[in-house]
Design a binder for this molecule. Structure first.
Ligand SMILES: [Zn+2]
Length: 237
């Protein structure tokens, strides 16, 4: 695995993991047409529609939830005709952005989701010991202030989501609401866009060796933990 100071050279921006959550879909399509705002020096940023069939039908998924099938069993499943669409898709994504857990995997993936809950823009992390993402969350929160941007930690010994973004060394979920499924609200899209922009700005600063970002800050987790406690509810992410 990478050291805390390893540069972040490849970043994936995922939209459409749930095909009826439109902010990420619209942003990814926009960035595929015009990637000017996501380009950062020395970083390869790849916008990617993860579940195009579900997007086409404007439904959460076709056969099974793409955000639950990045486990070793599904990723290693033989490709036969009746394999669920999302399992096959997970294998393709793992091929492009992974392999999950390897040095060849993408450094960072933002996976863009919407929720019907009125929770604003929330960043979801999976690892309380990932100093890079914790520092990035601090940077994004400061950049967005006074608008709140809470962080939610999903790290539980018996609750393993095997999320789409877990292919990357640093997986980051972005969940923005309220937005009904199948529609797009301008303010929600704008908030998501800002979170990604500030996240990419942080990557560039981090890579430039800004000293502020080049040391572990695990202790800062306690600050984020405060937000986590306030957000003690189930998110269908
Ligand atoms: Zn979702």
């Amino acid at each position: 695995m990478s050291s805390p100071c390893a540069r972040v050279r490849r970043v994936g921006l995922f939209g459409g993991t749930h095909g009826n959550e439109l902010s990420g879909v619209l942003l990814v399509r926009h960035w595929q047409q015009d990637g000017a705002e996501i380009q950062r020096a020395g970083v390869q940023v790849k916008p990617f529609l993860t579940n195009p069939r579900a997007v086409e039908r404007c439904t959460r998924y076709i056969d099974c939830d793409l955000n639950r099938v990045f486990d070793p069993e599904s990723l290693g499943r033989p490709v036969v005709e009746d394999i669920p669409y999302e399992v096959r898709r997970a294998q393709e994504i793992n091929h492009i952005f992974g392999p999950k857990g390897s040095d060849d995997a993408y450094d960072l993936i933002f996976d863009l989701h919407n929720t019907t809950s009125n929770m604003g823009g929330t960043i979801i992390l999976e690892n309380s010991r990932d100093d890079f993402t914790i520092q990035m969350v601090h940077y994004i929160k400061n950049a967005l202030a006074p608008e709140p941007c809470p962080a939610l930690l999903i790290e539980h010994p018996s609750l393993k989501y095997a999320t789409t973004r877990s292919v990357a060394k640093h997986p980051v979920g972005v969940e923005v609401g309220p937005q009904p499924q199948g529609v797009a609200r301008a303010d929600v899209l704008d908030k998501m866009r800002k979170i990604v922009k500030h996240g990419l700005d942080f990557v560039q600063l981090f890579n430039e060796g800004n000293e502020r970002f080049q040391h572990p800050v695990s202790c800062q987790w306690s600050i984020l933990g405060e937000y986590f406690k306030k957000l003690h509810f189930t998110v269908k992410q």
